[in-house]
Design a protein around this ligand. Structure first.
Ligand code: GTP
Length: 465
């Protein structure tokens, strides 16, 4: 009995201890529980605040943004998304985004890509929605262990950018077609004068593919003497950043022949005003130059004899007179007339008369110097200007001519004896009082008249006292 009481007391004592411990543990746990509940509540509030801040931040973003789950149900969306969808927040959440906005009837490709975990973020993708174009970016968000949490989708309105890009591409195409349809060669050079662009027309013009010329300079295409001549002209324009206007230059075709180009261009500057080179065109004017030269030759030349015609002789003579006076140089003039030309024509025919005039011109060309100026100023009347020649030397030249002409013959059409002919020559030289070539011509004419009167086939000089 005593033992069982003792046992009971012992058990009571143990139970009392256990109870005290339990009470103590309860009190401790209760206190911890309350603290945990507080902590939980604080954390919940903090999470809510952060969430609101994030939503507020997303709302100010102009691009539509939404979060969705694996089944494409919208979890959250910003204000821009609601505006695009034309629905309030409450009517969007929980619906599949492609049935709301953009209504593509199926998930976007890049969204599927990121969900399939092939890539963290899907490729950018353009989505057309009505008149608008959006650039879609999709991201998958996972927890630390890699488990899927949700997807984020950003849609950026790129309608204007795309329209601008399309307009630019259309403009570029138009420009390229225009450039390629031009008969001129369009080019660009950098600040060093090296080609950075050549239109395909250069192939027809110079025989080179455009790529062959990139990095080369225009002077590489010119004969070296021409390059040296033109380089200075180009250089002065470029140094002053002046437009190049119709600058003529001779170039060598890839196959070797020469052609004349006309170069025009304007300087190019970047947005900061820094000089970046020139852009312009080259036109092949070879045929035009040839025609111009031909016309000029015809306008200046006597058809029968090939000497300067009357008008051109007077132009050149006036220039020479002015130059001689300016530099104090000597200048002499010969007036030369075929003797009895009328009889010669009447006797042998007009054709033989023409041959006489041609023969006489040939002898002049052979006897005179390069700088002498010979012109046919009347039917059988010739004038010869001898620059830097004083009177006695001019008389010698005239005498040499007279003798050479007297020794020449022209054949007859009928095959008879060759025909001889003579000339009379009047000589005069520049004096300080002369202001126009007419004054010298008048004196030479007087001398010529004297030569004719004195019996022809002779040289006479009209000196001024
Ligand atoms: N064959 C030929 N004759 C021409 C040409 N131009 C002028 N004549 C002739 O040249 C002749 C000039 O004759 P004139 O002015 O009387 O002089 P000329 O007979 O030479 O006599 P002088 O001068 O006194 O020695 C005319 O008969 C013209 O018809 C031409 O291009 N060809």
């Amino acid at each position: 009995m005593g033992d069982s009481l003792e046992n009971l007391r012992h058990e009571l004592e143990v139970s009392r201890h256990a109870l005290a411990e339990a009470e103590e543990r309860y009190a401790r746990l209760n206190a911890e529980g309350l603290a945990a509940a507080d902590e939980f509540e604080n954390a919940r509030k903090q999470i809510e605040r952060v969430k609101q801040e994030w939503m507020a931040a997303l709302d100010v973003v102009e691009a539509p943004i939404f979060l969705h789950d694996r089944d494409f149900h919208v979890l959250r969306c910003n204000r821009a998304y609601q505006q695009c969808a034309g629905l309030p927040y409450s009517e969007i959440i929980g619906r599949r985004y492609f049935e709301v906005f953009p209504k593509t009837h199926a998930p976007l490709r890049n969204c599927l890509q990121s969900l399939e975990k092939k890539i963290e973020a899907g490729h950018e993708e353009e989505v057309e929605f009505g008149d608008q174009v959006f650039r879609s970016r999709a991201y998958t968000v996972n927890d630390e262990l890699g488990a899927y949490l949700y997807s984020v989708h950003i849609l950026e309105d790129v309608t204007e950018r795309r329209q601008a890009a399309e307009a630019l591409a259309a403009n570029e195409k138009k420009f390229r077609e225009l450039v390629e349809s031009l008969s001129d060669w369009v080019w660009e050079v950098d600040e060093q004068g090296r080609y950075t662009y050549c239109s395909p027309r250069v192939k027809d013009m110079l025989g080179y593919d455009p790529e062959e010329l990139l990095g080369k300079s225009p002077f590489d295409l010119m004969p070296s003497a021409e390059a040296a001549k033109v380089r200075d002209i180009f250089a002065s324009h470029i140094a002053a950043r002046k437009p190049l206007k119709c600058l003529e230059n001779t170039n060598r075709h890839k196959n070797g022949h020469l052609l004349v180009l006309e170069t025009s261009g304007t300087p190019i500057f970047d947005a900061d005003g820094k000089f970046k080179g020139y852009r312009g065109i080259d036109r092949d004017i070879t045929d035009r130059k040839r025609l111009e030269q031909e016309l000029e030759y015809q306008a200046h030349t006597d058809v029968l004899t090939g000497l300067h015609n009357r008008r051109h002789f007077f132009e050149l003579a006036e220039q020479e007179l002015a130059r001689s006076k300016r530099y104090g140089k000597q200048l002499s003039l010969l007036m030369l007339d075929v003797d009895q030309f009328k009889i010669l024509n009447d006797t042998y025919g007009h054709h033989v008369g023409d041959l006489v005039l041609q023969k006489l011109s040939q002898i002049c060309a052979q006897t005179l110097r390069e700088i002498d100026i010979a012109g046919r100023i009347g039917g059988e009347e010739f004038a010869i200007l001898l620059p830097e020649t004083r009177s006695d030397h001019a008389q010698e030249v005239a005498e040499r001519l007279r003798v050479a002409i007297a020794g020449a013959t022209v054949p007859q059409e009928s095959g008879g004896f060759p025909v001889q002919f003579t000339v009379s020559i009047g000589v005069t030289s520049l004096v300080a009082a002369d202001t126009q070539i007419d004054e010298m011509l008048r004196r030479a004419d007087v001398a010529l008249y004297v030569a004719k009167e004195a019996g022809r086939n002779r040289v006479c000089t009209e000196e001024v006292a």
